[in-house]
Design a protein around this ligand. Structure first.
Ligand code: IPE
Ligand code: IPE
Ligand code: MG
Length: 236
């Protein structure tokens, strides 16, 4: 990790970072605003964070935008989040060099939205910076889906087989998972892929998250000793 006043770059230890973008509702509540306004400011925060990540040399970013459990929220809130997704897809075309991949079950979304999502994935397929957007995503359902596709193809259930049949088969597991909003849980996010991810939790609410907070998370990551069950050279 090199750090200069103006430039903060990551090295090969940090290729994939994932965000559980939590706290939009509380952010809005503190300001006596509807929760939907919190989500709208959350999108702005996501944009800034993505730009910072790619500028720092992070190759892949995954964001948790909507979980399979989030359908239980009031309809008005769910509708506002889907509207933001639609708007985001239109704006996404302005981004240079970002490859979009949606993680999750698109099948229950409206057909026109589903087609927009597929088109964005297709149109950006060859671009360099990877952004995975987890939308209607649930980690357990993803593992079940992977096992079922192995069974349907008459293949044995192996770790490699499951990994290859997850929504994330195109990307390595996240090195770091950042959760804003202060909760120490995964909430069904990347259950399989997070086996050896470093986890960083901050009380900062997602709309307030910024580059300074991102650097704090990354600095914490670099202070960790990743062992993957083994020992590092200086620990033998
Ligand atoms: C996270 O913010 C975004 C989504 C779940 C869509 P929340 O809406 O969960 O915000 P809090 O946790 O209620 O503050
Ligand atoms: C996790 O946040 C899901 C997203 C950020 C999209 P939640 O607010 O849904 O998680 P819980 O309910 O506090 O576990
Ligand atoms: Mg929440």
């Amino acid at each position: 990790m090199k750090k200069t006043k103006k430039e903060f770059k990551v090295d090969e230890r940090l290729k994939h970072i994932a965000f559980i973008m939590d706290g939009n509702g509380r952010w809005a509540k503190k300001r006596m605003l509807p929760r939907s306004v919190g989500h709208s400011f959350g999108v702005k925060s996501m944009e800034k964070t993505l730009n910072s990540c790619f500028k720092m040399g992070i190759e892949a970013v995954t964001v948790y935008a909507f979980s399979t459990e989030n359908w239980t929220r009031p309809k008005q809130e769910v509708d506002s989040i889907i509207k933001l997704l639609r708007e985001y897809i239109v704006d996404a075309k302005k981004h240079e060099n970002v490859r979009y991949v949606f993680l999750g079950d698109k099948s229950i979304l409206d057909e026109d939205l589903r087609n927009e999502m597929l088109k964005l994935e297709q149109d950006t397929k060859c671009l360099k910076n990877l952004l995975n957007i987890a939308f209607n995503y649930g980690g357990r359902a993803e593992i079940v889906k992977a096992c079922n596709s192995l069974i349907e193809n008459g293949l044995p259930i192996t770790e490699e087989g499951i990994s290859k049949n997850l929504y994330t088969s195109h990307v390595q597991d996240p090195d770091l998972i950042v959760r804003t909003g202060g909760e120490y849980r995964l909430s069904n996010f990347l259950m399989w892929q997070s086996a050896y991810s470093e986890i960083y939790v901050t009380d900062v609410l997602w709309p307030d998250f910024n580059e300074e907070e991102l650097i704090k998370a990354i600095e914490s990551f670099y202070r960790r000793k990743r062992r993957f069950g083994g020992l590092n050279k200086d620990e033998e």
